[in-house]
Design a protein around this ligand. Structure first.
Ligand SMILES: *Cc1c(COP(=O)(O)O)cnc(C)c1O
Length: 246
C-alpha cells in the first residue's frame, strides 16, 4: 500500500465508524446512509487511492477541473458514480451530459430544462437532486425555501414534466457554522421539506444529501441519506485558482 492509500484508508475507517454510530444513535440502518467522497481540487492519485480502497461514489464541483482528471473516473470499476455537486454554468452543461452520472446540484428551472433537453436528445436519463438554499443566504444557489415554498413548488411542477430527469431527492449546504449543532435545525427543515413535497406532489423522493466533514453526524441524526465528505477524507483542498491555472 502506498502512503496515500494507507492515509485515505485510515480516514475512511474513522468516517465509516462515525457514520455507523450516528445511524445507530438515531435508530437507522447503517446502509441507509451513503458516503460520497468529495474530490474537487484533488489530484488523480488521491482519487485512484479512494477507488483502490473501495470508494465508488464521488462528488465533483468544477466541470473543467473534472475533465482534466476524467481518465481516473473512466477507468474505475463499473458501479462507480460521478456526481456533480457544484453550481453549473449553462455553457458547461455538455460536460455534465457527457461525463457525469448524477446531478446533485440542480438549482434552477432553466438548468433543469437545459439538462433535460440534452438528455432527451441522447435518449438518456439522469438521477437528479434539487439543491435547496435552506438558510436563505444570498450567496447560495438553489431554491430559497427559508420563507416560502411557492417558487419551489411552481418550478417543481414544471420540472416533474421534463423528460430525462429522474428526481431522487434534495440536497443542501447549510450556512457556515462554527459548531455542527447549529445546523441541526436546517437539516431537520430539509427532512420536513422533503416530506411536504412528497405529500403535495404524491412523490416518494427519498434522498437527502446533507452534511459535510464538520457536521455529517448531526445530518445523519436528522435523516441524511447521502453525506458529502471532502476534507476529513482527503485532507485540505488545493486552492482552486491554482488548479484552474489562472
Ligand atoms: C466541498 C463541498 C463538500 C465537502 O466539504 P468538506 O467540508 O471538505 O467535507 C460538500 N458539499 C459541497 C456542495 C461542497 O462544495
Amino acid at each position: 500500500m502506498n502512503e496515500t492509500v494507507s492515509r485515505c484508508s485510515e480516514r475512511l475507517n474513522l468516517i465509516q465508524a462515525s457514520i455507523r454510530s450516528a445511524a445507530q444513535r438515531s435508530g437507522r440502518a447503517e446502509n441507509d446512509v451513503k458516503l460520497m467522497a468529495v474530490t474537487k481540487t484533488k489530484p488523480e492519485e488521491v482519487i485512484r487511492a479512494l477507488i483502490e480502497i473501495g470508494v465508488r461514489y464521488f462528488g465533483e464541483n468544477y466541470p473543467d477541473e473534472t475533465l482534466r482528471k476524467l481518465s481516473v473516473f473512466e477507468s474505475a470499476p463499473s458501479g462507480t458514480r460521478l456526481c456533480m455537486i457544484g453550481h453549473l454554468q449553462s455553457r458547461k452543461a455538455k460536460i455534465i451530459l457527457d461525463h457525469f452520472d448524477e446531478f446533485h446540484s440542480l438549482d434552477s428551472l432553466k438548468t433543469a430544462e437545459r439538462i433535460s433537453r440534452g438528455l432527451d436528445e441522447r435518449g438518456e436519463s439522469m438521477r437528479a437532486l434539487l439543491e435547496i438554499n435552506i438558510g436563505g443566504e444570498t450567496s447560495k444557489h438553489g431554491w430559497n425555501a427559508a420563507e416560502s415554498t411557492d417558487r419551489l413548488y411552481r418550478d417543481l411542477d414544471s420540472i416533474l414534466k421534463l423528460p430525462g430527469l429522474t428526481l431522487a431527492g434534495l440536497m443542501t449546504l447549510p450556512p457556515y457554522a462554527a459548531d455542527a449543532e447549529s445546523n441541526r435545525v436546517y437539516f431537520a427543515r430539509m427532512r420536513e421539506l422533503a416530506e411536504r413535497i412528497n405529500r403535495q406532489f404524491g412523490l416518494s423522493l427519498r434522498e437527502l444529501s446533507m452534511g459535510t466533514s464538520d457536521d455529517f453526524e448531526v445530518a445523519i441524526e436528522e435523516g441524511a441519506t447521502i453525506v458529502r465528505i471532502g476534507t476529513k477524507l482527503v485532507g485540505a483542498r488545493e486552492r482552486i485558482e491554482k488548479i484552474q491555472g489562472g
